[in-house]
Design a protein around this ligand. Structure first.
Ligand SMILES: CC/C=C\CC(=O)SCCNC(=O)CCNC(=O)[C@H](O)C(C)(C)COP(=O)(O)OP(=O)(O)OC[C@H]1O[C@@H](n2cnc3c(N)ncnc32)[C@H](O)[C@@H]1OP(=O)(O)O
Length: 719
């Protein structure tokens, strides 16, 4: 809807009304169309101001309507009518002008923004392009390079940046609607033709081809296989080469292809899944909207290794005072230097002063006595963590929350050594913790609603996507990762090379192949975990380690690599070769190729040709299969939560939605059939055996994801 009012005698004020973000639903488009026609007809009206209710201009097209048949007036002619009108129209941009909202503003003759407003064309993040003239008007206003940047990345910009780029005419610290009304009064009678962006010629850079080539390289690197950024670049190219009306046709054709694509569906699914993940609930009835989080002003971080450093930086950047604790002077010193360096670099990038005063470094746990919450990030060892938690019980005030950054240990076992099990919760960050967006919040069976609410809210404050998960070994992400890695290792035994597996996964869209990721994380991490799990021990023959352990197939290849000192990037050699220890550029290593050949020879394995399809299916379907088991076990509340863990924590390609969404898109019956096929070939890999839930869903004719929960017969759900 849109409200119509007349102000200052001659200004029509049209207010978009569709909470929470005044999205351009069919009703809003109808309201604007009618209100603008009324204003143009009313002889008392000399100019028009467009604004949004509740201090928000417009969040763009109504994404919920994309899945339905189109109804109501389309955006393009509506915006054209505004631009072609004979009365000046001014957009008053408060809080946001995004997507169709910014396109609407670009169709207005003038734009005023509040200093805190954010502007952008984020359609690309939904698998689309700005198809209400945005790809044609913006380049005419800002020139090609800036338009390409905004449209292909979808990034939001500040009002100040918008002013510099010429996207807005004025920025005000005061009331933007009042400023827009003043501007409207002042421009009455001025010629409108120069203000119509569709009339402008597009300013062209000297090296047009070079600019586009560079952008295409960038977009392909950022999101391999994603269609929308490439289509965005093509549409902007049309603005450079074609008259406006033909450019608009090109924009429409490109949009038609994107609109019905699986990638657009996946990206829009991610948009809603990300928001749904924040709406957690527990079996005891506690929910995101009935549980109050505690205020967190001060926090302790124990352990200044890679994880602790990143966590401390996140907390300080969110305005939380931190007490960072280490056990020895040397570690404390190097931790202090690293944390300060990260804060200083970040502050320099943002042109502000580094908030170094907000963090203190100490060797004494006693300094934690007054903090609101502690995040333990010590070595992944249960006995060590238990001793830390027992000590925290003694030192911290009785109502302080105790959180662990364990990546897979039993949170309840840790809670049991404290005097406050309801105040204990897992907060599993991902490395590097100040960069990665995912936070798994592990709800122990005794974690109180207030504790879960505090951890979830704190995650959001740190800029993370917080996903509530149950307390089982590896939680959601690492429980699935283990099986994915196992498949990759088995493929090496059977004849693949690390680079072949990685290439297939990267072609699928993963940011990095699994072996590159393993090298980056350090191969010794998994080695230690396997030792702790009793998979490696004195009974294993060092010369001829068994390929069968704990009742199932086991691949000793990564252990053998670790024994050779090949620990990944940090040692300059892992599955790949690096220039030096800590080097980043992964090169295939002929030594690995010979090592694999010798290994196969020793075990009598005849290498076979492995297709890209097999690599992707085995790695990706095993992830989904374990996801179904996680749902059955009640360790994740919904398939959307599992998908968000993979998208934000494990480099899963967002344009494929997540492993569960992907399985649904491929077809559950196909996934079942392919898993059965691979399991027949590998009966000693139990995780290739299709899960009960997958079978049940296929038996129920593959219902939509929203109905999967109805087919789960979990008696012990933790979520
Ligand atoms: C011809 C095609 C022309 C145009 C195409 C487009 O315009 S596509 C849409 C482009 N716009 C966007 O991509 C903006 C999407 N929204 C956001 O980025 C954020 O929601 C926003 C606006 C920055 C606000 O962020 P905030 O953190 O304050 O709130 P939150 O994200 O939790 O959203 C609140 C609720 O609003 C719903 N919502 C947001 N935007 C839209 C939208 N465009 N359409 C429909 N619904 C939207 C969001 O889902 C939340 O709903 P809830 O039920 O509360 O979870």
């Amino acid at each position: 809807m849109a409200q119509y009012a007349r102000t200052k005698g001659s200004i029509a004020l049209i207010t978009l009304t569709n909470p929470p973000v005044n999205a351009l639903s069919a009703a809003v488009r109808k309201g604007i169309t009618e209100a603008v026609a009324r204003a143009f007809k009313d002889t008392r009206v000399k100019a028009v101001v467009l604004c949004g209710e509740n201090g928000k201009f417009c969040g763009g097209a109504d994404i919920r309507e994309f899945a339905k048949a189109m109804s109501g007036p389309p955006l393009v002619p509506m915006i054209h009518a505004i631009e072609a009108g004979e009365k000046p129209v001014v957009a008053a941009i408060e809080e946001m002008a995004l997507g169709g909202g910014l396109e609407l503003a670009l169709g207005c003759h003038y734009r005023v923004a509040h200093a805190k407003a954010r502007l952008g064309l984020p359609e690309v993040t939904l698998g689309l392009l700005p198809a209400a003239g945005g790809t044609q008007r913006l380049p005419r206003l800002t020139g090609i390079p800036a338009a390409l940047d905004l449209i292909t990345t979808g990034r939001h910009i500040s009002a100040q940046e918008a002013l510099k780029l010429g996207i807005v005419d004025r920025v005000t610290e005061g009331n933007a609607v009042e400023a827009a009304v003043e501007l409207a009064l002042s421009v009455v009678g001025r010629p409108l033709a120069p203000r119509r962006l569709s009339n402008h010629a597009t300013p062209l850079p000297a090296d047009l081809d070079g600019v586009f080539e560079e952008v295409l390289v960038q977009v392909k690197r950022r999101a391999r296989g994603a269609m929308a950024p490439v289509a965005c670049a093509k549409a902007v190219r049309a603005a450079a080469e074609l008259p406006y009306s033909r450019g608009l046709e090109c924009e429409r054709e490109l949009m038609n292809t994107l609109f019905t694509s699986g990638q657009a569906r996946a990206l829009q699914y991610c948009f809603f899944a990300q928001r749904a993940a924040g709406k957690w609930s527990l079996p005891n009835g506690a929910r995101w909207d009935n549980s109050r989080p505690r205020a967190v002003h001060t926090a302790g971080v124990i352990g200044l290794g890679t994880m602790g450093r990143g966590i401390a930086v996140c907390l300080v950047k969110a305005g939380i005072s931190v007490v960072a604790v280490e056990t020895e002077e040397k570690q404390l010193d190097s931790g202090r230097r690293a944390v300060r360096g990260m804060l200083e670099r970040d502050a320099k990038r943002r042109g502000v002063t580094a908030p170094l005063h907000m963090i203190t470094f100490t060797l004494s746990m006693q300094q934690l006595r007054d903090v609101d919450l502690v995040i333990e990030a010590v070595f992944e060892d249960m006995a060590l963590k238990k001793s830390v938690f027992a000590e925290l019980s003694r030192v911290c005030r009785p109502n302080a929350l105790l959180c662990t950054n364990t990546s897979g240990l039993d949170v309840d076992e840790l809670a049991s050594v404290t005097d406050r099990p309801p105040l204990v919760v897992g907060m599993h960050f991902f490395a590097p913790a100040h960069v990665m967006k995912l936070l798994e919040v592990i709800c122990g069976p005794r974690s109180s609603p207030e504790t879960v609410a505090t951890a979830m809210t704190l995650g959001k404050r740190l800029g993370k996507v917080s996903v509530a998960v149950g307390n089982c070994p590896g939680f959601v992400g690492n429980r699935m990762l283990k099986l994915y890695l196992d498949q990759a290792h088995f493929l090496l035994e059977e004849g693949a090379s690390p680079e072949q597996v990685d290439q297939a996964l990267e072609e699928f869209g993963f940011a990095l192949g699994i072996f590159k990721v393993a090298d980056l994380s350090g191969l010794d991490i998994g080695w230690r975990v396997r030792k702790a799990a009793g998979l490696i021990g004195p009974d294993v023959d060092p010369k001829f380690p068994s390929r069968h352990r704990q009742g199932r197939r086991y691949c000793p290849l990564p252990d053998l690599l670790c024994e050779q000192g090949r620990l990944g990037q940090k040692s300059g050699r892992g599955w790949y070769l690096y220039d030096s220890a800590g080097g980043k550029e992964a090169r295939p290593d002929p030594a690995i190729s010979s090592f694999l050949q010798e290994y196969r020879l020793r075990y009598g394995i005849s290498a076979r040709r492995i297709t890209e399809q097999e690599v992707v299916e085995r790695c990706v379907f095993v992830l989904a299969n374990e996801g179904f088991r996680i749902l059955e076990d009640g360790m994740a509340a919904a398939p959307e939560d599992i998908d968000m863990v993979y998208v934000f924590g494990y480099g899963w390609p967002r344009h494929r939605g997540g492993p569960m969404f992907h399985a649904a898109q491929v077809g559950l019956a196909t996934v079942l059939q392919r898993l059965e096929f691979y399991h027949r070939q590998n009966p000693d890999i139990p995780h290739l055996q299709p899960s009960t839930l997958l079978r049940r869903l296929v038996g129920a004719r593959s219902p939509p994801m929203q109905q999967w929960k109805q087919h789960i017969r979990s008696i012990n759900s933790q979520l």
